[in-house]
Design a protein around this ligand. Structure first.
Ligand code: ASP
Ligand code: MG
Length: 437
């Protein structure tokens, strides 16, 4: 069985919902995960914010405006009175429920319930539309099976068991629709998997049912081999290893949250990134396979600070690096890149909150130099050390760019460069020209 997930823009209007239905309605059995219509979760957060601020009037006005929008969507989506009425009843019930929160006390618990209503609305609308059109479909409520444990981590055993029970209860359906994002916590209270968490839902469901694949549908054609905001002629990458995708996501490609795909990665289930605007495009497949001897993509991370500590005391000493790293630990500052020589070490950080204190402490151990406004360029691909010629191709591409640090060998999948932010665009373009075009 497949899992198909559609984000907020993919279900962002009645028209778009109909497009989604076209994409999911072949005769293959599948679970479809839907986000809230785009903008809805933000509005629900705004409503909760008014209620925290004890402004029920602000909350009510926002609720009413959102309700009016949904009534218009419902009027447009259905062609029969029966389904229009049925869905309007549901919408009214939902918004009356939202209004009920403007009366009592308001805490984190109520907030969690409110922000999750968008997914309940979108899934109900699409299910009813499909039923109206005669599809063999049903809604399986995420709150019946999606749950986190006492450490706020997904409880995969529970999810597997309860989801299976849902599927058995509705045996013989072709399309099972469910909500992304929402779940229950270990105490059974309504909770969620954090903003943007619908990808996580899809990945967890995929792992729970041992799906053949997980499709994440958005409005771009997969992961690109470079940042289209800075570089001309970028292309979608057809295949990535999970680790390559994680590096790219961490270093700037916004398309997929790396932790969200962990369950799929561990279960070895391929994740496909596809485009609702261009469904025939191949998109990107992320899997545990490495495409041998290939450089795949480039990403950049901004606002980096480089710190260099040199000390003759480091020569032949042990424990020096530990002392240096402990300072970063004390100030809860994570390090991205590390380069060492016999008498010095350079590190890069992206959080400058405690920079002054860190520098003060470091000066006890050596001479300290700082370079701000730097940027990390990360190149991913099959960069196994046994391959020859790959590192040199990448460095060759950057032969006109001043490079502050190079990090290679930390994984089999990447090589990173630290350069001045002023050179970022030039470096990204040079890498694309040299490696891909
Ligand atoms: N609707 C939720 C959000 O906007 C979850 C999601 O779209 O993934 O964050
Ligand atoms: Mg999203």
């Amino acid at each position: 069985m497949k899992v198909m997930k559609f984000g907020g823009t993919s279900v962002g209007s009645p028209q778009r919902m109909k497009e989604v239905v076209k994409l999911i309605s072949d005769n293959e059995q599948k679970i479809v995960v839907l986000s809230a219509m785009s903008g809805t979760t933000n509005t629900l957060v705004e409503i909760a914010d008014y209620l925290y601020k004890k402004n029920p009037e602000g909350a009510n006005e926002t609720i009413n405006a959102l309700e009016a929008k949904y009534k218009r969507h419902v009027a447009e989506l259905y062609s029969t009175e029966e389904y229009r009425e049925r869905t309007l009843d549901f919408v009214k019930q939902e918004f009356d429920y939202l209004r009920s929160f403007t009366k009592g006390i308001f805490t984190m618990f109520e907030e969690k319930i409110i922000v999750g209503q968008g997914e309940l609305l979108s899934t109900n609308m699409v299910t009813n539309y499909m039923l109206e059109q005669g599809y063999n479909t049903c809604l399986i409520p995420a709150l019946e099976f999606m749950r986190t444990d006492k450490n706020a981590e997904p409880d995969l055993e529970y999810i597997r068991e309860k989801l299976q029970a849902q599927l058995e209860e509705h045996e013989g359906k072709t399309i099972y629709i469910t909500q992304g994002f929402i779940c229950r916590n270990a105490y059974g209270e309504v909770d969620n998997l954090q903003r943007g968490g619908s990808d996580y839902t899809a990945s967890l469901i995929g792992a729970a049912i041992d799906a053949s694949e997980i499709q994440i549908w958005t409005d771009i054609d997969g992961m690109h081999n470079n940042d289209p905001r800075f570089v001309e002629k970028t292309q979608p990458v057809s295949q990535l290893h999970f680790e390559e995708a994680a590096e790219l996501a961490y270093f700037g490609a916004k398309i997929l949250h790396p932790t969200c795909v962990q369950p799929a990665k561990f279960a070895g289930i391929p994740v496909k990134l596809l485009n609702t605007m261009d469904p025939a495009a191949p998109g990107t497949v992320i899997s545990n396979d490495t495409e041998y001897r290939k450089i795949k993509a480039v990403a950049a991370k901004d606002n980096i600070t480089a710190i260099n500590i040199t000390s003759s005391r480091m020569l032949l000493a042990y424990g020096f690096l530990r002392k240096v790293f402990e300072i970063f630990e004390t100030y809860k500052t994570s390090i991205d890149m590390v380069c060492t020589s016999e008498v010095g070490v350079s590190v890069s950080i992206d959080n400058k909150t405690h920079l002054t204190q860190i520098l003060n402490e470091l000066k006890k151990f050596g001479t300290v130099k700082v370079d701000e406004d730097m940027c990390i360029i990360c190149v991913v691909g099959d960069l196994d050390w046994q391959n020859v010629g790959f590192e040199s191709r990448v460095t060759e591409a950057l032969h006109e760019i001043p490079v502050r640090m190079i990090s290679y060998g930390g994984s089999n999948h990447n090589i990173s460069f630290l350069i001045s932010a002023n050179d970022k665009k030039r470096a990204l373009q040079a890498l694309s020209d040299h490696l891909f075009n």
